[in-house]
Design a protein around this ligand. Structure first.
Ligand SMILES: [Zn+2]
Length: 63
C-alpha cells in the first residue's frame, strides 16, 4: 500500500474555480466528439458553463 504524497480532503462545500474565467463551477458542460467506433473512440469535451472554455477531455469507448 503506497501512501499518497499529500492529504486528500473532501470538500463538498467548496466549488471548483474555472481556470479561465475564475467563476465557481457548480456544474460542467460536456459534449461528445468523434464517431465512437472501435478504433476511433468518442472524446468527451468538458467545458465551463460560464465562458465555454474547455476544462478537460476524456476518451470513452463505451459512449
Ligand atoms: Zn470559465
Amino acid at each position: 500500500m503506497t501512501k499518497a504524497p499529500f492529504t486528500v480532503v473532501p470538500r463538498e462545500d467548496l466549488d471548483p474555480i474555472c481556470p479561465h474565467c475564475t467563476q465557481p463551477i457548480t456544474e460542467v458542460y460536456t459534449k461528445a466528439k468523434g464517431p465512437g467506433w472501435f478504433l476511433f473512440p468518442k472524446t468527451a469535451i468538458y467545458f465551463c458553463p460560464h465562458c465555454r472554455k474547455v476544462i478537460g477531455f476524456s476518451q470513452s469507448r463505451m459512449a
